[in-house]
Design a protein around this ligand. Structure first.
Ligand SMILES: [Fe+2]
Ligand SMILES: [Fe+2]
Ligand SMILES: [Fe+2]
Length: 448
């Protein structure tokens, strides 16, 4: 959970929109699947409570090993996606599921041995931990398939907690029965966790090869472990591993091919569905909000490109909620001040994740502002008036309207007319009246 110091730092860093201004470009950027996933993988790290960049570092290790083994480029690409997405299932857990995992989840993530979980988790809760972890493997494989990344990638995600000797999470698919891509993904995850657990880069540079060899034959394929240990004896491996530009390096590989505009919307839509599911919302809701936001942007005389960027921002607006414990988001009672402080960080998390994607700087800024209000009472930056971008307001009003007209556990959906009456009450405080009128022209008309 974020500390108060982290929260204050995030607030202090919030007020500089010029850092994100790339709206001069003529069209939506052409992005590869690998580029988008390298950035969004930071959201999966948040969901799993891992140090930022875990998934990216796993991808670096896996692709390094795959290339050393002389694998075909298509297989190296499968390793890359399997590594980046291995823990995406953590983002898809049902509300409340992560509450039960605690230390046991970290132990399994770090070592994958069921026996370790038994010793790490207090009285009887281990069964729930194991079930949650099995579920994240299955959820993750399903998401991999929805993203169209192929069955090999899906299977590697499903089995990333399996061990060579059959002592892993599923207690099966041991040894050479597991496909090579899956064994590499499992190894890369285990090796990154081992490195992360060591006290310093110098210490792990010295001990790393030996520790990797020790895992061979039990957790890891012994031949792969030996190969990896020899890689870990080279400085070039460590220079790349600790490179601050690792994300940019992974993005530059262009894995998965460039996406068309429609493919990009669909690809991001899969993640919007995942976030909706985790937050206890109906699947497809965020896609609906994003379509409406694009139409409202066009009626506000924005260009097609800007409207497309508004749609992208709307699809990703709540990706940062993956950094918020799921039980906060589904809590039926009023949140405590501390809980609220954490929830209010989600636009900052989302802004930082989206801003890593080349050409989406402006969208990242709007995402970061989607809970601001023109009266200065929003969050996280308490921006006022014109400081709140119109695009962020459009996203916020489409989201608010959709929420009011959807069923909730504590109330039935409002009629569209009633919902708009509520929205009118927010003119001049939450939303700019002109933008609200443009919104009505798309969503309405509603009798006054
Ligand atoms: Fe995992
Ligand atoms: Fe992992
Ligand atoms: Fe939000």
């Amino acid at each position: 959970m974020a500390s108060n110091a982290q929260i204050q730092t995030a607030r202090a860093e919030f007020l500089d929109p010029s850092l994100y201004d790339d709206t001069g470009l003529a069209a939506l950027p052409r992005l590869s699947r690998g580029t988008v996933l390298a950035a969004l993988s930071r959201a999966f790290d948040l969901a799993e409570g891992r140090r930022p960049g875990h998934s990216q570092r796993v991808a670096y290790i896996g692709t390094f090993l795959a290339a050393e083994l002389g694998m075909e480029p298509s297989q190296v690409e499968e390793v890359f996606f399997g590594c980046l997405l291995h823990d995406v299932g953590m983002a898809a857990s049902a509300p409340g599921a992560q509450v039960e995992t605690g230390r046991g989840a970290r132990v399994v993530a770090d070592s994958a041995h069921a026996a370790d979980v038994l010793s790490a988790v207090d009285g009887g809760r281990w069964a729930a931990v194991i079930e949650t972890l099995k579920a994240h493997c299955e959820h993750g494989a399903r998401i991999g398939r929805k993203l169209g990344l192929g069955e090999t990638v899906a299977k590697a995600i499903a089995s990333h907690h399996d061990c060579w000797d059959g002592s892993g999470l599923s207690q099966s698919r041991a040894g050479e029965e597991a496909p090579l891509v899956a064994r590499i993904v499992a190894l890369a995850d285990r090796v990154e966790s081992m490195i992360d657990a060591e006290s310093s880069p110098l210490a792990v540079r010295r001990r790393g090869p030996e520790l990797i060899r020790e895992m061979g034959g039990s957790e890891l394929d012994p031949d792969l472990a030996e190969k990896m240990a020899t890689i870990a004896e080279r400085d070039t491996f460590w220079l790349g591993f600790y490179d601050n530009d690792l994300a940019a390096t992974l993005m530059a590989l262009g894995h998965g091919g460039m996406m068309s505009r429609e493919e990009l919307f669909d690809f991001l839509g899969v993640f919007a569905d995942v976030v909706d599911g985790r937050n206890g919302r109906e699947s497809g809701r965020s896609r609906r909000v994003a379509d409406m936001a694009r139409r409202v942007a066009l009626t506000c005389d924005m260009t097609e490109r800007r409207a497309d960027l508004v749609k992208v921002a709307a699809l990703l607006q709540d990706i940062g909620t993956l950094g918020v414990p799921a039980h906060f988001l589904s809590k039926p009672d009023i949140l405590t001040i501390d809980e609220m402080s954490v929830v209010q960080l989600h636009p900052v998390y989302a802004r930082d994740i989206v801003s890593e994607i080349p050409g989406l700087g402006a969208a990242a800024w709007w995402v970061g502002c989607h809970h601001e209000r023109i009266d200065g009472k929003g969050y996280p930056g308490m921006l006022e008036g014109d400081e709140v971008p119109s695009e962020a307001q459009i996203i916020g009003m489409c989201e608010a309207f959709d929420a009011l007209t959807s069923d909730r556990p504590y109330r039935r959906a409002m009629s569209r007319e009633d919902a708009f009456e509520v929205m009118r009450g927010l003119a001049g405080t939450r939303f700019d009246p002109y933008l609200l009128a443009r919104f009505e022209s798309v969503a309405g008309p509603f009798p006054a």
